[in-house]
Design a protein around this ligand. Structure first.
Ligand SMILES: Cc1cc2nc3c(=O)[nH]c(=O)nc-3n(C[C@H](O)[C@H](O)[C@H](O)COP(=O)(O)OP(=O)(O)OC[C@H]3O[C@@H](n4cnc5c(N)ncnc54)[C@H](O)[C@@H]3O)c2cc1C
Length: 294
């Protein structure tokens, strides 16, 4: 099907886009990579009167490292850029690795970090990666900037903290510690499909092998990605053995009330949460101290 008729605007700056958003209100939609929005229009699941294209705004694309080591990503930076960047491989190896699981190359060439975060599909990788990395969203409106932690940004199924008069302009990732190890596991029916369940795991390990900070995030299992604090506490303060890994994975399963849909039952997703958590932790532990090499 073809999309419904809409007016198209091509602003040159965020300020111009915000003015257009204010003028057209709820009838307007921002267009990023179009990889979720255009199918929704074509299926007539959305019928905005106005599309405001963010693609011409050069200031929204690209990544730089701030003087304090934080990595600042423009909202219009494409999935494929993160996948192929040496900077991301060095400074956010978890993200670089996980990008290969986002759809197919053609979609990754167009899709953007900002579009994925604002679309908030429960099975999407970006919201989970940002939660695992404790990233922060920068939202711009006519009144200035607002900063929202990833944990507060995802509000529910396809729902975020983004206001109607706001644009997500940047995502800020804290500096990646030298001693950090990571694991990423997901299961999809076919390569490129959305995950049935996925797990991202970050372990900060001291020189004695003790986990000082642990973040385990499960996605695809519920309406939003979930940070599993109890499962993480099974590993924190310990040099984990197989026993601790199994306990953490069991705890992860117990800590999530999985959803059921036509792709998979809740029971199957629960099995996946336990198995993939166990594998993601084991993968992180096995990385040793070679994290900088990805
Ligand atoms: C066949 C197929 C398979 C896919 N598989 C996966 C997958 O496995 N994993 C995955 O994560 N994704 C998958 N996707 C989705 C893909 O990653 C999209 O790129 C992503 O969901 C949306 O990003 P986009 O840049 O294309 O945003 P768009 O589609 O342009 O926009 C999505 C929504 O976000 C809003 N928006 C966009 N940018 C901003 C902004 N800066 N500020 C405020 N609002 C904004 C738009 O108004 C719209 O409501 C798949 C898509 C397809 C078509």
């Amino acid at each position: 099907m073809k999309p419904p008729v809409f007016d198209y605007f091509s602003p040159a700056s965020v300020e111009e886009a915000l003015t257009l958003l204010g003028e057209h209100g709820e009838g307007a939609k921002l267009l990023a990579g179009g990889q979720s929005l255009m199918p929704a229009l074509n299926f007539r699941l959305a019928a905005p009167a106005v599309l405001i294209d963010l693609n011409p705004i050069g200031a929204l694309a690209g990544v730089h490292v701030a003087s304090d080591g934080r990595l600042v990503a423009g909202a219009m930076t494409r999935h494929r850029w993160f996948e192929t960047s040496a900077l991301i491989q060095q400074r956010l190896p978890l993200v670089q690795h996980a990008m290969a699981s986002v759809a197919h190359v053609a979609i990754r060439n167009r899709g953007t970090i900002g579009g994925s975060l604002c679309h908030a599909d429960p099975a999407a990788e970006w919201p989970a990666l940002c939660l695992a990395c404790d990233a922060e969203m920068v939202l711009q409106s006519g009144t200035g900037l607002r900063y929202v932690k990833a944990g507060d940004f995802s509000r529910g199924l396809f729902t975020t903290a983004l206001g109607g008069a706001e644009i997500l302009v940047q995502v800020i990732f804290p500096a990646w510690p030298e001693t950090r190890r990571w694991g990423f596991q997901e299961l999809a029916r076919r390569r490129g499909d959305f995950a049935l369940v996925g797990v991202a795991c970050l372990l900060d390990v001291d020189t004695g092998g003790t986990c000082t900070d642990v973040r385990i995030v499960v996605f695809g299992a519920t309406d939003t990605p979930v940070l599993l604090r109890e499962a993480a506490s099974e590993l924190t303060g310990r040099a984990p053995t197989d026993h601790h890994v199994c306990s953490a994975a069991r705890c992860a399963r117990g800590g999530i009330d999985c959803r059921s849909d036509h792709h998979a039952s809740a029971e199957y997703r629960s099995e996946l949460v336990q198995a993939l958590t166990s594998r993601a932790i084991a993968q992180a532990l096995a990385r040793g101290n070679d994290v900088r090499d990805g």
